[in-house]
Design a protein around this ligand. Structure first.
Ligand SMILES: Nc1ncnc2c1ncn2[C@@H]1O[C@H](COP(=O)(O)OP(=O)(O)OP(=O)(O)O)[C@@H](O)[C@H]1O
Length: 334
């Protein structure tokens, strides 16, 4: 079932224009001029229920604008948008009940209330049945380690604590769809990991649909299965992460561990003599083989090494998503 449908989405902002200097400022006060800035230029995509989509783009690409339109905060200039079958900005009240939204830079909780009271207020606002509220609070408290912060007023929380509380608050009513805009920005590694695991858990266990923007590629890798990439208001890529990796890169690495007594230099010679891979020593017991998957097959490579040496372990490394996305941004399209 389609939970998000976007066709030919267009958003234009009217931005004031002024000439430089004091004279320009005065002129702009007397006779204001505006120009049109196109933030989204015919974007289209559909998201099925249960998917987990990473929405990426450089600064100013149009990600937040899209999320604001999808959550009903802002109306589009043109195009068609349906979320949960509703037109977000027209049907805002009904719409909001069916989704969760977390914006990394601002809280959906009450600044002066303790976290627990903020949750109660949200439960009342969303009319969450008591048994559901209790069950979710228990599970979320455990998964996000909220126990110690439940009695603490929101304004006293650290950024990481606040984000975990925010995430729980946004999902207490079991929305089928959640929008996350930079949910881990500024968090330490532990809090980032807790946020990712929590969102992934709900996506996989409860089929909660996830629509995520982040500049942190580890968020995308940890949470999403699919990537949509925007560039200056236009969609330039929409595909599964595994397929993107497979389609856009052919280089791979195999890290091989040999026993204590083995001669790693001899392993390097074996690889160079018997395969098209290039091999370097990583330490006393490990070597790294780099190869192009179009010309070297992993079983052949492992076979050649094993014919001459004992192998304790090997690990195939995929290219980093960060590098792939960087390249896509540079190319501008794929
Ligand atoms: N309220 C506004 N008025 C005028 N222009 C705006 C407004 N909001 C955004 N823009 C412009 O629209 C374009 C898209 O902005 P948007 O915030 O959607 O980008 P983004 O991809 O979320 O960027 P970032 O990664 O920096 O958050 C940018 O050129 C931005 O300057």
């Amino acid at each position: 079932m389609r939970i998000i449908e976007v066709r030919e989405l267009r958003k234009e902002y009217r931005v004031p224009e002024k000439d430089p200097g004091l004279a320009g400022t005065l002129r702009s006060l007397v006779r204001p001029r505006h120009r049109t800035k196109v933030a989204l230029d015919g974007v289209g995509f559909a998201v099925e229920a249960g998917e987990s989509v990473g929405y990426l783009g450089s600064n100013g690409a149009g990600k937040s604008t899209t999320i604001k339109i999808l959550t009903g905060v802002m109306s589009p200039t043109g195009g068609r948008v349906r979320v949960n079958g509703l037109e977000p900005h027209r049907d805002r009240k009904r719409h909001v009940r069916e989704l969760g939204a977390v914006f990394g830079h601002r809280t959906g909780l009450w600044w002066d209330l303790p976290v627990r009271d903020s949750f109660r207020a949200l439960a009342a606002l969303y009319e969450i049945p008591r048994p559901l509220y209790r069950a979710n609070l228990e599970v979320f408290t455990e998964l996000l380690e909220l126990q110690d912060i439940l009695p603490v007023p929101v304004r006293q929380l650290s950024l990481g604590q606040r984000m975990r509380a925010d995430l729980a608050g946004a999902l207490l009513h079991n929305p089928r769809l959640v929008f996350l805009d930079e949910p881990t920005a500024g968090l330490d590694l532990n809090s980032k990991a807790a946020v990712r695991q929590f969102v992934r858990h709900l996506n996989q266990q409860q089929s909660m649909t996830v629509f995520l923007t982040s500049h942190d590629m580890a968020d995308i890798e940890g949470i999403c299965d699919r990537l949509i990439i925007l560039d200056r208001g236009r969609k330039i890529l929409d595909d599964g992460i595994d397929r993107v990796r497979h389609r856009l890169t052919t280089s791979r690495q195999l890290i091989v561990t040999v026993p204590e007594a083995a001669d790693v230099d001899d392993v390097v010679r074996t690889v160079h003599d018997g395969t098209a891979a290039s091999c370097t020593v990583l330490g006393r017991r490990r070597v790294r083989c780099e190869f192009d998957r179009a010309s070297v097959a992993v079983p052949d490579l492992v076979g050649v090494i094993m014919r001459h040496h004992e192998i304790v372990d090997f690990e195939l490394r995929e290219p980093a998503l960060e590098d792939i996305v960087q390249r896509i941004f540079q190319w501008g399209s794929v």
